[in-house]
Write a protein that binds this ligand. Structure first.
Ligand code: HXC
Ligand code: NAP
Length: 285
């Protein structure tokens, strides 16, 4: 649960985190500040990002800029980039972390409910990526994208279909641009986290007493949910120059969760030891 990178690994680096005022974006941002980064956090709720910026500045003594931004509005993102450059000179990396999600049977969704999630997740990520990428290419600067997806980006998942569609698109964007923009020295990678408790995710994906009924830890081979610092360590590595040769990768950090759900015989964990003993005897051991 400790920080992994060398102190000062992000000195003179500026990182933009969309949705950096809460949850995982906030935890990753805090760690980057501790490693010396200048941090730019951007999301819709000004009061939330202003409060986070004040708290993180106090906790880390680092430089934090909060810029209100709706990632569905291209001009908002251009304004974030401009403000970040005015304050810190240049931008080194972008963490596409902003998202929207909720559970629902798909047939109960209005078309607007579908739009709202796909627009935040996919449109928001490609607008941010396009604006930041064009800026780096025009200025002949290197840059790094890190996109937060989910493990259902490749399997799909019922009951979160708009999110699954959006995240699958983000994964395609990550892999496509890893190849196309490598010639500009722009890398693109992704992280697919399993369950990491946050107020934003838990309140929308496990509302009411669902968290008790469907304790996510029980689905996970390692028997626990993720710790924010574990994710922050991975994100910091992928945003840093230590990962300079990693490009187009998606790294899963889920305690083995998604593989288990696909394993033909994984449910055999329900068999108690005594039954295994009996089965062994039956085959003559
Ligand atoms: C069905 C819903 C709904 C719900 C909203 N809608 N919530 N439909 N079930 N629970 C519908 C509304 O009826 C409306 O459609 C449309 O969606 C827009 O709703 P608004 O409330 O007006 O939208 P808005 O205020 O912009 O809020 C956006 C939001 C909200 C996505 C609905 O949840 C949000 O702000 N989320 C941001 C943070 C977030 O979601 N974090 C969790 C990420 S977790 P109509 O037709 O009525 O107008 C994550 C983890 C994945 O991604 C993996 C975990 C392991
Ligand atoms: P969270 O705290 O709700 O974070 C989502 C952030 O996105 C919020 O800060 C929100 O801020 C911002 N956002 C939403 N709509 C936006 C918009 N239109 N423009 C700009 N910002 C917007 O939830 P979280 O759990 O930390 O999730 C962070 C990321 O991790 C997401 O990409 C999520 O899909 C991913 N993830 C989480 C888990 C998990 O278990 N927690 C697992 C897998 C993947 P505003 O409301 O102020 O705009």
């Amino acid at each position: 649960m400790e920080g992994m990178l060398k102190p000062g690994s992000f000195n003179n680096k500026t990182i933009i985190i969309t949705g950096g005022g809460t949850g995982l974006g906030r935890s990753i941002g805090k760690y980057l500040l501790q490693l010396g980064a200048n941090l730019v956090i951007a999301s819709r709720k000004k009061e939330v990002i202003d409060k986070t910026a004040a708290e993180l500045t106090q906790e880390t003594k680092g430089n934090v800029l909060a810029v209100p931004c709706d990632v569905r509005k291209y001009e908002d993102i251009v304004a974030v980039i401009k403000e970040a450059e005015n304050r810190f000179g240049k931008i080194d990396a972008v963490l596409n972390n902003a998202a929207g999600n909720f559970i629902s049977p798909t047939e109960r969704l209005s078309h607007r409910a579908f739009d709202i999630v796909v627009d935040i997740v996919l449109r928001g990520t490609y607008y941010t990526t396009l604006a930041a990428g064009k800026n780096w290419i025009e200025k002949k600067q290197a840059g790094t994208f890190l996109n937060i997806v989910t493990t259902y980006s490749w399997t799909g998942s019922g009951y979160v279909v708009p999110s699954a569609c959006g995240k699958a698109g983000v994964l395609a964007l990550t892999r496509s641009l890893a190849v196309e923009w490598a010639k500009y020295n722009i890398r693109s990678n992704a992280i697919a986290p399993g369950p990491f408790p946050t107020e934003g995710a838990w309140s929308r994906l496990l509302p009411g007493d669902l968290a008790k009924k469907f304790d996510p830890a029980k689905r996970i081979p390692l028997g626990r949910v993720g710790e924010h610092q574990e994710l922050a360590n991975l994100a910091a590595y992928l945003l840093s120059d230590y990962s300079a040769y990693v490009n187009g990768e998606v790294i899963t950090i889920d305690g083995g969760e998604w593989l288990k759900s696909g394993g033909e015989f994984s449910h055999l964990e329900m068999i108690p030891n005594e039954m295994w003993d009996m089965l062994e005897k039956m085959r003559g051991k």
